[in-house]
Design a protein around this ligand. Structure first.
Ligand code: HEC
Ligand code: HEC
Length: 196
């Protein structure tokens, strides 16, 4: 409303050049105010007040790069690039000769394809709710594990640690063991089914 009002005054100034300068400044202040209030309103954040509408994208995009899927999905779930910031992916790709104790061998051309895919689709470039929350909770840190992101750890606070040790699960890193829709990029609690 403020914005429309401000806009009207500016239109009037344009139409009538005799207008006083003060009117122009009042219009400017009203405009700045309107933008400021909108920015503030956009910044509130609460999972439990159905805030999903304000995220441009609801879910994480499923993996859509065959080279990545094939090479990085060979030993574990091919985590969507939006689950980590680009700084993390760069570290992971630079350390493949000792990747959590394993030597991952991939040809240079594929490495370039995978790095390009991960970096251009990383968490900080996403507007999906979970990605935005991941970036926020990291505050600039770049861990090489999704399972070390404070937001992800916090979300699993209520899961008994013994459950992760089950043979069917192994660790928090095994998203697909419990999230039946993880491959679709959907990590809602409604779709969780913890295996025996
Ligand atoms: C040879 C098997 C193998 C391949 C191939 C492989 N990884 Fe891994 N990856 C592992 C192991 C083992 C772990 C550690 C698992 C654990 O400790 O729970 C891991 C863990 C990870 C994690 C951390 C998971 C977490 O949140 O704790 C990420 C991210 C990851 N890998 C990315 C990649 C990427 C990217 C590629 C392809 C460039 C790749 N991996 C290829 C074996 C592999
Ligand atoms: C042992 C099973 C298990 C594993 C493994 C697991 N999760 Fe979860 N996850 C859960 C449960 C259970 C909840 C719901 C917790 C609650 O509501 O208290 C949850 C909640 C979440 C949420 C929040 C959902 C919401 O609606 O607020 C996200 C995001 C999430 N998990 C992502 C992941 C990711 C990413 C991974 C892999 C790195 C992962 N989870 C691995 C069981 C698991």
């Amino acid at each position: 409303m403020l914005k429309i009002f401000g806009q009207r005054i500016i239109e009037e100034i344009i139409l009538n050049k005799n207008q006083n300068r003060i009117v122009f400044f009042v219009a400017l202040i009203l405009l700045i105010n309107g933008v400021f209030i909108m920015a503030l309103a956009d910044d509130d954040d609460d999972d439990h007040h159905n805030s999903s509408k304000k995220y441009k994208k609801k879910y994480i995009t499923p993996v859509n790069n065959p080279t990545y899927e094939e090479e990085c999905g060979a030993c574990h779930f091919s985590y969507q690039p939006e689950l980590l910031p680009s700084g993390s992916w760069k570290k992971i790709m630079a350390g493949l000769d000792d990747h959590f104790g394993e030597a991952v061998e991939i040809d240079t051309e594929s490495i370039n394809v995978i790095s390009g895919y991960l970096i251009s689709n990383s968490a900080e470039k996403s507007s999906a709710k979970r990605a935005v929350k991941i970036v926020r909770s990291l505050g600039g840190r770049t861990p090489i594990r999704i399972s070390e992101i404070p937001y992800i750890i916090e979300k699993h606070d209520e899961v008994d640690p013994k459950i992760f040790n089950r043979e069917s699960i192994g660790s928090l890193a095994n998203c697909t063991a419990c999230h039946t829709t993880a491959e679709k990029g959907i990590y809602d609690d409604d779709d969780v089914k913890i295996p025996k």
